[in-house]
Design a protein around this ligand. Structure first.
Ligand code: KIV
Ligand code: ZN
Length: 384
């Protein structure tokens, strides 16, 4: 059966770059944009052109550079923003304007001091205006996660009638539970007239650690685009992590969903973004963290040495990691020690291994990790 294609909308250069200390200059934005294009993302959100002359220039240059992906620029539901975004995108082979407004009662009351009716009107005006520049207009209903579903459906219906091609349903504050977010997408699919003319998009934040789960709940309920960032970077606790959602869809055929991502490029891309943004990847980060394929307890090491699949659900090569790592610590067992010793040329029989293991534990208790270069001395000290 053919799988349903989910588009990957990368916002590393926009939502990701909003993180304090992660600001990128144009040169570095171009390096990342080129890599994202090679990685196979469908959309690159290059920036927020009205926000600064530097960001405007970055969007112009990214638009000129990118060969395959659609290039997108963010704007508020404000004419000047939209006009500047259109100007920045004019050299893109495929351009998208991303415009929108807060739709939750809290945003309407405190941010805009307005009413639902006024917000609805502004949303439609923004989409209609953006359509005068480009065919592809994505509308975001900011704080959709906390927006009343009936009102959200009303806004979506109106902007689709005005020509919106994509409906972004952001859980801006990362508040939703997966079932709740999935149900929201389902509700929109079932209650928005003309929904077949637009793609529903998931844009989830990670304040409760649910950004990935929510995005997957969204596509499982009919959304066909996920907005995400490399390494999950983004405002506050971050955005949905690109590598996580892509690998979830790849590893779970029962979801019947696929992407165009060239997954063996994931690890290198993660490293590149981490270096250019000066943002370390936490070692236990799923898919791309330094420990994602490292095994250090004796029981796990024994299993992995016998058969990798006992403790690994992803082949490291599938995400560009050269090999699983068997890390030697005081929690390691004989199987791991024999394996690592063999790798550097020492074949130990059972008796020898018992002796070396004793010496190894003495050494390992004093040191966090035992390296290959420590092994010859440990073996020598074992009086074989
Ligand atoms: O989180 C959010 O609501 C956003 C919008 C601007 C798309 O980033
Ligand atoms: Zn966001």
């Amino acid at each position: 059966m053919a799988t349903n294609r989910v588009e990957i909308f990368d916002t590393t250069l926009r939502d990701g770059e909003q993180v304090p200390g992660c600001k990128l200059n144009t040169k570095n934005k171009l390096i990342i944009a080129e890599r994202l294009d090679q990685l196979g993302v469908d959309v690159i959100e290059a920036g927020f052109p009205i926000s600064s002359p530097g960001d405007f220039n970055s969007v112009v240059e990214v638009a000129k550079l990118v060969k395959n992906a659609r290039v997108c620029g963010l704007s508020r539901a404000v004419e000047k923003d939209i006009k500047i975004a259109a100007e920045a995108l004019q050299h893109a082979k495929k351009a998208r304007i991303h415009t929108g407004i807060g739709t939750s009662d809290s945003h309407i009351k405190y941010k805009f001091n307005a009413t639902r009716e006024l917000v609805l009107e502004r949303a439609v005006r923004a989409v209609s205006y953006a359509k005068t520049f480009v065919e592809d207009v994505e509308f975001y209903a900011e704080d959709a996660g906390r927006t009343d579903n009936a009102f959200l459906a009303q806004v979506c219906e109106a902007v689709v009638a005005a020509g919106a091609t994509v409906l972004n349903i952001p859980d801006t504050t990362g508040y939703c539970l997966p079932e709740e977010y999935g149900a929201k997408i389902k509700y929109l699919k079932e209650n928005v007239k003309g929904i077949h003319k637009a793609t529903l998009s998931c844009h989830c934040h990670n304040d409760l650690g649910l950004a990935t789960a929510n995005a997957i709940a969204g596509v499982a309920n009919g959304a066909r685009q996920i907005e995400c960032t490399i390494n999950g970077i983004g405002e506050r606790a971050g955005n949905t992590s690109l590598e996580e959602v892509v690998m979830i869809m790849k590893q779970h055929p029962t979801l019947n969903l696929s992407t165009g991502i060239n997954t063996p490029m994931l690890y290198e891309t993660s490293q590149m973004v981490s270096e250019l943004m000066g943002m370390v990847v936490q070692p236990n980060k799923a898919i791309v963290g330094a420990n994602a394929f490292a095994h250090s307890s004796g029981i796990h090491q024994d299993g992995v040495i016998k058969n990798r699949e006992t403790y690994e659900i992803i082949d490291p090569a599938d995400v560009g990691v050269t090999a699983s790592a068997i890390v030697l610590t005081a929690r390691s067992g004989r199987a791991a020690l024999a394996y690592r010793a063999k790798n550097i040329g020492y074949e130990l029989n059972k008796l020898e291994l018992d002796k070396v293991y004793e010496e190894f534990l003495r050494f390992a208790d004093q040191n966090k990790e035992v390296q290959d270069e420590d092994l010859p001395n440990i073996i020598k000290a074992s009086n074989l």
